[in-house]
Design a protein around this ligand. Structure first.
Ligand SMILES: Nc1ncnc2c1ncn2[C@@H]1O[C@H](COP(=O)(O)OP(=O)(O)OP(=O)(O)O)[C@@H](O)[C@H]1O
Length: 307
């Protein structure tokens, strides 16, 4: 029998309360090597608090976190040599240049000096290498933060909102970089509130809402959660609605249009067109639409709020 590998991250019934605020309220998930796991949630959902507990920056009210099969405790310092992280606004020495900042981190991580230049280049920071970090744009500060997190090829990367401040080209570049690292075997845990970005990057998504994990989805299954509908327009919408209802397809209003969500309407729009034509009310618009990812996310979180 094959045994499954020990998860790189294992979070069990994690809770953090601040007085009456249930910032994290019983969260479970695991991340294995080679995975890009995204904690996806609206502002205030509990993502940063979860990440801070993972990194032992704050202690949980209850529950546990293990990294590489070992419990995270304030004294388990040896764990951090295998972890690169970036949480909230990246901190840098403001008077040091980009290269000097990376060199300081390289020395702390006992990395050979040549890794500094490779890292500067890898993160697209070569044109800014000799600028003081306080002069950097938000996007380049983020690149510097990522550069420091990536130094030493950590087996686990924990990144809170890694796309913060990056322009679209930067987002694409960093996405590829993270995918390459995961393909090389790193485990990556990140947080984001941008569903479209997460859909392009993550292999698995944990949706967190009001401190709870609502659902976990393989990124490849996101599309399965999108609902399809047939949109219908005609010169007389009221007549069209009546004809469709009489034919057993009661429509819903969709702005200026009517919408049908029944499976056979979506798979056979020609049947609906025939019904309308036969009743003397031919369609002027007939199109199949799919929920966008934001709609899917909002539906999943709303279900949790109003079951
Ligand atoms: N130190 C604290 N004291 C009191 N409440 C806190 C503290 N830190 C976080 N919270 C609250 O806990 C909840 C979760 O916050 P958290 O920062 O984890 O959310 P988030 O999902 O990371 O949101 P964002 O995307 O805005 O960063 C929020 O209601 C927040 O106000």
């Amino acid at each position: 029998m094959q045994t499954s590998p020990t998860p790189v991250v294992a979070v069990r019934e994690l809770v953090k309360h601040y007085g009456a605020v249930r910032a994290v309220d019983g969260v479970d998930f695991t991340v294995t090597a080679g995975e890009i796991y995204a904690l996806l949630g609206l502002n205030g959902a509990g993502k940063t608090t979860t990440i801070r507990m993972l990194l032992s920056m704050i202690s949980p009210t209850s529950g546990s976190v293990s990294l590489f099969g070992e419990p995270v405790t304030p004294t388990a310092r040896h764990l951090w040599s295998k972890v690169g992280y970036l949480v909230e606004t990246p901190a840098a020495y403001p008077e040091l240049t980009v290269r000097q900042n990376i060199a300081v981190m390289a020395r702390l991580k006992r990395m050979p000096a040549h890794t500094v230049d490779t890292t500067v280049e890898r993160l697209g920071l070569t044109p800014y290498a000799d600028r003081r970090s306080r002069e950097l744009s938000l996007g380049n500060q983020q690149r510097l933060g990522l550069a420091k997190a990536l130094l030493g090829q950590p087996a686990l990367l924990i990144l809170d909102e890694p796309a913060n401040g990056l322009d679209p080209a930067g987002v694409t570049e960093i996405r590829q970089l993270l995918k390459d690292l995961a393909a090389a075997g790193a485990a990556i845990l990140l947080s984001s509130h941008i569903l479209a970005e997460v859909a392009k990057l993550a292999t698995r998504i944990g949706i967190i809402h009001h401190g709870k994990m609502i659902t976990e989805i393989a990124a490849s299954d996101l599309a399965l959660h999108a609902r399809r509908r047939l949109e219908i327009g005609s010169r007389d919408q009221r007549a069209a609605a009546r004809i469709l209802a009489e034919a057993g397809y009661p429509p819903q209003p969709a702005g200026q249009l009517l919408a049908l969500t029944a499976d056979d309407a979506v798979t056979s729009p020609d049947r609906i067109a025939t019904v309308l034509v036969a009743a003397g009310c031919p369609p002027t618009h007939l199109a199949i639409r799919e929920d966008d990812l934001e709609t899917v996310f909002l539906r999943l979180t709303r279900q949790e709020t109003h079951p």
